[in-house]
Design a protein around this ligand. Structure first.
Ligand SMILES: [Zn+2]
Length: 403
């Protein structure tokens, strides 16, 4: 014996009594079959209802493929042979509004862009339809206007199982591939389609229909939209966000894009100024390091310890130093990922890769390399004392190479 699906004829009843005719399981959860139910099982892109049976929460509702029975998956044992059902109306009504809103919007896209709806998805987070072809932004707006006009006209919505004769006289927007009798949902003089979902009785109940975004997905186009309370919530959140942005930018909402552009331009100019200042500072620092260099070997030798410095900046500093003839620079940056740089000007013969390896050996590291004139490595943690020890070893290696 399968379940009589009372929601087909009546989407509004939320409390009912029924006989429990089978106790089953679904996955590892207990489930019950009733002789009749108003609970909507997940199908046709619409999620299941929630609620309670004898005060035990109903957490899922599915159709059993074998016999079409409606399985109410429950959070505990449902005792007794007669049960009292209670459906969560907020969730059900939200589904009714969105499913009816979907029919209206789908028909609007057919009329204005000959775009068929090839997919429908309804979840607590998003509601989407997939259209068979791309639609221009102006057409999206026009479809939205037409849909909201149909809502404002408060047209009756009728759902029924027509006879074969009646069915053949109907112009259906979409004919699904299902066995058995087709259920028809008609929005007066606007849309006729086959659908098994729950819908409102008059289009006015849908409330505002708002398209949020349109995304190309290969050959189809995904249209995300919201109806009624969800659309209001979205508007409320976005309005609060816009007001907050306007307040933070001390401007009007319509001037936010211009204010952001000004900030972007300002940021770009500041970065440019900062880069110029950093270059000047590096030149100055290089000049003073070079002045104070050890010249005992007949060349200027700079050995320097840095702490928590930027490797890119130190690299630039070293490059600035070795641009001067007769110069060798060995620098270490202490930190979690310490770096070591060994470099010389082009006029000197020293092999700085060998010097680098000698310095890194003090840290027990062999990640590093480069050219004879410029070598860099590191990656392990090193304290300033570790850096000083590595510099001492590197200077020793340089002196050994002196001609
Ligand atoms: Zn529907």
């Amino acid at each position: 014996m399968t379940t009589t699906r009372l929601y087909y004829a009546d989407s509004y009843t939320t409390t009912f009594d029924a006989h429990l005719i089978e106790r089953a399981t679904y996955g590892n959860a207990p489930a019950v079959v009733l002789d009749r139910t108003y609970f909507y099982p997940t199908s046709g892109g619409q999620p299941h209802d929630t609620g309670a049976l004898n005060d035990v929460p109903v957490v899922d509702v599915v159709i059993r493929p074998d016999d079409g029975a409606v399985l109410h998956v429950v959070a505990g044992e449902v005792s007794g042979e007669t049960v009292s059902g209670q459906i969560d109306w907020t969730r059900r009504f939200d589904h009714m509004r969105h499913h009816t809103g979907q029919h209206i919007l789908s028909q609007a896209f057919v009329r204005l862009a000959r775009a068929e709806t090839v997919g429908f998805h309804l979840s607590p987070d998003s509601v989407t339809i997939d259209l068979s072809r791309a639609v221009k932004p102006a057409t999206i707006d026009a479809a939205e206007d037409l849909a909201n006009q149909v809502v404002a006209e408060n047209r009756p919505v009728r759902a029924w199982f027509p006879t074969a004769d009646e069915l053949s006289s109907l112009q259906l927007r979409k004919v699904p591939e299902v066995d058995g009798k087709l259920r028809i949902v008609a929005i007066n003089d606007f849309d006729v389609t086959a659908c098994g979902g729950t819908h409102v009785a008059h289009t006015g109940e849908v409330g505002v229909i708002k398209v949020l975004r349109v995304d190309r997905r290969g050959d189809t186009v995904r249209v995300e939209f919201r109806c009624g309370a969800r659309a209001l919530l979205d508007y409320r959140q976005k309005n609060a966000l816009m007001n907050q942005l306007a307040a933070e930018l001390t401007t009007g909402i319509e001037d936010i894009p211009a204010a952001l552009q000004r900030l972007r331009d300002e940021n770009k100019a500041l970065r440019r100024d900062l880069r110029a200042l950093q270059s000047t500072m590096i030149e100055y620092e290089a000049g003073s390091l070079w002045q104070a260099a050890d010249r005992a070997g007949g060349y200027a030798l700079i050995a320097q310890v840095f702490e928590h410095d930027d490797a890119g900046r130190v690299r630039q500093l070293v490059q600035d130093l070795i641009a001067r003839p007769g110069t060798i620079a060995v620098c270490g940056i202490a930190g979690e990922k310490a770096q070591f740089i060994a470099a010389r000007s082009d006029d000197l013969p020293h092999d700085m890769v060998a010097v680098l390896k000698r310095g890194l050996a003090v840290w027990g590291v062999d990640r590093g390399g480069g050219r004879p004139s410029f070598a860099q490595g590191g990656g392990a943690a090193a304290t300033p004392d570790d850096v000083r020890a590595a510099l001492a070893a590197a200077i020793e290696a340089i002196r050994l190479q002196d001609g």
